[in-house]
Design a protein around this ligand. Structure first.
Ligand code: SF4
Length: 482
């Protein structure tokens, strides 16, 4: 079934990554700031003492442009921007500290980008010291960073280790020189090896790699070499993302020679082979796009059904509040989402006027919470039990699609719930979409059916994992599913 052209056509459509529900295109363009402040106050009061809070800090600068990239980034070689940006982050943090009124209990910090290692070790130390000043660090905390193998130095790693960081994710993407040339990201294997070994020497207990399939000039042989080389370094966890070619949203992708891109059929074959090579290398497939060694805590969380998913992707921590700081960062209060201004100019202007930089956002309804839970269940456990108090909506929107997927062999379905089959794992996002009432209603209104998701999904900028537009090379949230 999966090799046949009709099947491939049906599933080779952009589908959200579901790091939020509702997804960003369905948020309001202008958030009610007093309502946001009230929601923040309520959630902070509810979760700070027990669970603590998570912080996502977006560091947007990069020294060179990788043309496949869908991140919110600013390319520059001028490092004076670091201090200016840090000052803005400190002012933003101060505004939230005033709203908190008591010391935050910090459970999680994640530095994403852009390229966080664009910042000097001294400036990263200034940043973390300021965030922790007067805060309480949760005994079960987790601090992590995205590093570029080309510019992460031993000094960066030693400094970060001293500040409590134990996990680093490197954007590897592909190790073949021809593919690297085609995406304008020249990064020899030697740099990845050095950065990995140095992280371990510094004391990091977890090193992650991001790989991407579906890139220009990628072939079975090239991808196999990339995966075998990556596996030889034994990263604890690997993300294996699908490249989403969306040049109408990401201008730099227009520089990619489209004749170099694999077809839908070749892309599915790359995914299937990649999954096999990773599994042969000792990695377990976890939820959407992720593979982990036995020893990795994400694998334990997957097995124990304690995995969680938010804008930072999969996480073993669930703090009840994710506060995003910096340009384009996203905050998730559980009951509401908000995103900061996506332009540096707009972000600086708000912060310098002593105003929050939140722009668009969304306050969840009762229906949203139920369908969000179904989507989280599917992404984190591969199964969900229906909430029958919402049976009319399930019958109208969700079940017709799930019955179709059952015929395709992607799910087991009964009156109580749905479970993904092994064959259904690559199509997990499509199964989530069956619960995405915002997208399904929007498609119906537009008569879009199987067409691309119209304005709501594709004419807006994509937002990905990690609390902002996807950083360090990650593809956008709306990704071609195969
Ligand atoms: S892939 Fe990473 S380094 Fe390259 S432009 Fe995007 S954020 Fe910057």
């Amino acid at each position: 079934m999966q090799g046949n052209p009709a099947f491939l056509q049906k599933f080779n459509q952009p589908v959200p990554r579901y790091t939020s529900y509702p997804t960003v295109p369905f948020w309001k363009d202008v958030i009610d700031i007093p309502q946001w402040k009230q929601a923040f106050h309520n959630q902070f009061s509810a979760c700070n003492e027990q669970e603590g809070i998570s912080l996502y800090i977006h560091l947007p600068f990069c020294e060179s442009l990788c043309i496949y990239c869908g991140c919110n980034k600013k390319v520059t070689t001028n490092h004076h921007v670091e201090s200016v940006y840090l000052q803005a982050l400190f002012s933003e943090w101060n505004m939230y500290l005033e709203m908190m009124g008591r010391p935050p209990l910090i459970r999680e910090i994640h530095l994403g980008g852009g390229t966080p290692t664009f910042f000097s070790p001294e400036n990263l130390e200034r940043l973390i010291s300021r965030l922790l000043e007067g805060a309480v660090v949760h005994p079960d905390h987790s601090f992590s960073i995205e590093g570029h193998p080309n510019n992460t130095t031993k000094e960066h790693l030693d400094t970060l280790y001293g500040l409590g960081f134990r996990r680093i994710s490197y954007g590897v993407q592909d190790l073949d020189p021809e593919v690297q040339k085609a995406i304008h990201r020249l990064q020899p294997f030697e740099n990845v090896r050095r950065a990995t070994e140095e992280a371990r020497d510094s004391g990091f207990t977890a090193v992650n790699f991001d790989l991407i399939y579906g890139l220009p000039l990628q072939t079975q042989e090239r991808l196999e070499r990339t995966i075998r080389q990556a596996v030889s370094l034994q990263p604890d966890r690997l993300a294996f993302y699908s490249y989403a070619h969306t040049p109408w949203m990401n201008c730099s992708q227009r520089l990619i020679n489209e004749t170099y891109l694999p077809s839908a059929e070749q892309k599915l074959a790359l995914y299937e082979s990649g999954k096999r090579w990773l599994t042969e290398g000792g990695y377990h497939n976890i939820g959407m796009d992720h593979f982990a060694l036995d020893s990795d805590e994400l694998y334990a969380a997957w097995r124990n059904n304690t995995l969680h998913r938010n804008f930072m992707g999969y996480t073993t921590q669930h703090s009840g509040m994710l506060l995003g700081l910096g340009v384009s960062s996203i905050s998730d209060l559980g009951s509401a989402f908000a995103q900061n201004d996506k332009t540096l100019g707009g972000y600086y202007q708000s912060i310098n006027s002593r105003e929050l930089a939140v722009r668009k956002g969304y306050f969840l309804t009762g229906e949203d919470r139920v369908f969000r839970r179904h989507i989280l269940d599917i992404t984190c456990k591969g199964a969900t039990m229906f909430d029958m108090t919402w049976s009319a909506l399930l019958e109208e929107w969700t079940l017709p699609l799930l019955r179709e997927y059952e015929k395709d062999g992607l799910v087991y379905l009964d009156e109580k719930g749905v479970v993904l089959t092994e064959a259904g794992k690559p199509f997990l996002r499509h199964v989530c979409k069956a619960f995405d009432l915002h997208l399904l209603r929007d498609e119906k209104i537009r008569g879009a059916g199987i067409q691309r998701c119209g304005k709501s999904a594709l004419n807006d900028e994509a937002i990905g994992e990690k609390g902002s537009d996807p950083g360090e090379g990650r593809p956008p949230q709306f990704s071609n599913a195969i």
